[in-house]
Design a protein around this ligand. Structure first.
Ligand code: XMP
Length: 519
């Protein structure tokens, strides 16, 4: 289901930068609707009527090579304001006849100080003394295209901000979307409101009404089956659709046996008793475990789980008359992440089961009302639907559950061990008031057994990995810097209380190059 709007929007062309989504976030934070599109998508786009501005993202391509990612030249004739970021600036320069060179001398990575050369609409209220911006480029524009001028420079690059004021085309070599760039938001503010002259049109709570109306219209008198996991996303979807169609919504909770300890029972009761949803509980842990037996390949695990979920829903749907739709809590980052921007297989990192792992032939039509939203926006939406903080502030939990946190083969024993360790960890985070400072935290079980000594006896048991990250939307993440005391406490508690674990390690990797989950 496309909850599409024909309101004015900013298009962001994704050339494959790791941080493209942050551009979309920044634009939305300023109250403007934005959509990310692939270079192929914009090539095929017929209607530019509702597009108030285009932002070209960064990316790994190089305009110094023969085969570089681009946009059709006709777009430049449409008089739509354009902002190029990093690769985007180089592409604009190339398309207008500038010269770009790959040069070790001019490359900049990390922080750089930026200085004003002349006034520009793009940099209104942007400059201040000692302003630093975030750079990540090897290619650089060495000769400006005709009718372009330089607005700002750094020590190593003369053309850090460029403009063609008449054509409303701008380029910045740095990344204003990342928080490491001082005052980066001001660049977007100026581009949106002073250059594109777009009006504020995006407010999460106001979307609620639209989503409810659109769901009503789409579903008519049919029934919707909703995969409810108890996580923030599916809970918000269920409450939203319930507001639209009430008893025609059947929420299905599948007990895969791969959830956190006690979480399933707790969530089931809340949805049934507090929110009065029509919830059906399906106990399927045996079948999940059977299908996952001896499987250690992460992608296979994901595919098996994704396929089983869908089969169960389809089977369930057949028990009712007129079930036509399957509702899912797919978010905007899932949508972008599952779309390889070049179409190449290598850029797909994981099959998130609510998107990439779906079988090709599905008998139910999808309803995904949160396809346009980021996680924090979903939390706001949840609040406006009366979702309790307990659920709306929960850390994300992946669809495949503990299956991707037990590295290697999954057994009932390993699940039990991990559930115990995870519960201790999360409880301690809550007790120490750390839970809400962390974007996501979990315990995982590594398939490594090592020797330990407890009392006077030798042990030979598993290793528990604990992970805690800070993040904006799961696209990039940093490990959380716990005080040593907390790590000591966790390690002791887990080893002393969980039979089967004799070693605890803390994961200090960031994303990228690692990912948040282990598989
Ligand atoms: P990664 O491991 O890709 O995770 O850095 C980013 C975020 O996505 C969550 N995740 C999933 N969520 N189904 C989901 O609903 C999945 O298959 C899945 N895999 C990862 C992960 O927990 C983190 O928040």
């Amino acid at each position: 289901m496309r909850f599409h709007t024909d309101k004015e929007k900013i298009l962001i062309v994704d050339f494959g930068s790791q941080v493209t989504k942050l551009i979309a976030r920044r634009v939305r934070e300023l109250g403007v609707y934005s959509e990310v599109i692939t270079p192929l998508g914009i090539k095929n786009l017929k209607n530019f009527k509702s597009i108030s501005g285009i932002i070209l993202s960064g990316g790994p391509s190089s305009v110094t090579k023969t085969n570089f990612q681009s946009i059709p030249k006709e777009i430049l004739l449409k008089k739509i304001p354009i902002l190029g970021i990093c690769y985007g600036l180089q592409l604009i320069s190339k398309l207008y006849g500038g010269i770009i060179k790959s040069s070790k001398k001019r490359r900049e990575f990390g922080r750089a100080f930026i200085f004003k050369k002349k006034q520009s609409l793009l940099t209104k209220k942007f400059f201040k003394s000692k302003l630093s911006v975030w750079m990540s480029h090897e290619d650089a524009v060495v000769k400006l295209p005709k009718n372009f001028s330089a607005v700002a420079y750094t020590k190593d690059s003369k053309l850090t901000i460029i403009e063609n004021k008449k054509k409303k085309i701008y380029g910045v070599q740095f990344h204003p979307e990342v928080t490491h760039t001082d005052n980066g938001k001001q660049i977007f503010k100026n581009f949106l409101f002073s250059i594109c002259k777009i009006k504020k049109n995006w407010n999460v709570a106001h979307q609620k009404k639209r989503l409810i109306e659109e769901t009503k219209k789409k579903v008519e008198r049919n029934k919707v089956i909703c995969a409810l996991s108890g996580g923030v996303d599916s809970s918000v979807v269920a409450l939203l659709i319930n507001k639209a169609i009430k008893r025609n919504l059947i929420c299905v909770m599948v007990d895969t046996g791969l959830m956190r300890k006690n979480e399933f029972k707790y969530t089931y009761r809340i949805f049934k008793d507090k929110y009065k949803l029509n919830v059906k509980l399906i106990k399927a842990s045996n079948i999940f475990l059977k299908k996952l037996k001896n499987i250690s390949n992460p992608e296979k695990k994901r595919k098996i789980i994704g396929n089983l979920f869908i089969k169960i829903f389809e089977k369930e749907a057949k028990k009712y008359k007129n079930v036509k739709f399957l509702a899912q809590g797919t978010l905007y980052p899932d949508v972008i992440e599952s779309k390889s921007f070049t179409g190449s297989k290598t850029s797909k990192i994981k099959s998130h089961h609510n998107v990439g792992g779906l079988p090709k032939k599905m008998n139910l039509e999808l309803i995904e009302p949160l396809r346009e939203f980021f996680k924090d926006e979903v939390r706001v939406l949840g609040k406006s639907l009366g979702l309790s903080k307990n659920i709306s502030q929960r850390h994300p939990f992946p669809g495949p559950g503990l299956a991707i946190r037990i590295v290697g083969e999954i057994t009932t024993k390993k699940i039990k061990i991990l559930q115990e360790a995870d519960q201790i960890y999360i409880n301690e985070l809550n007790k120490s008031n750390l839970y809400n400072k962390i974007w996501q935290a979990y315990a995982a079980l590594l398939p490594i057994k090592t020797v330990g000594v407890m009392g006077d006896s030798r042990t030979y048991e598993y290793t528990c990995l604990i992970r805690a990250v800070t993040s904006e939307d799961g696209m990039t993440a940093d490990y959380y810097n716990f005080p040593k005391d907390f790590l000591d406490k966790i390690s002791n508690k887990i080893i002393n209380n969980v039979k089967g674990i004799n070693r605890v390690v803390y994961d200090i990797s960031s994303k990228p190059p690692s990912t948040i989950e282990l598989e």
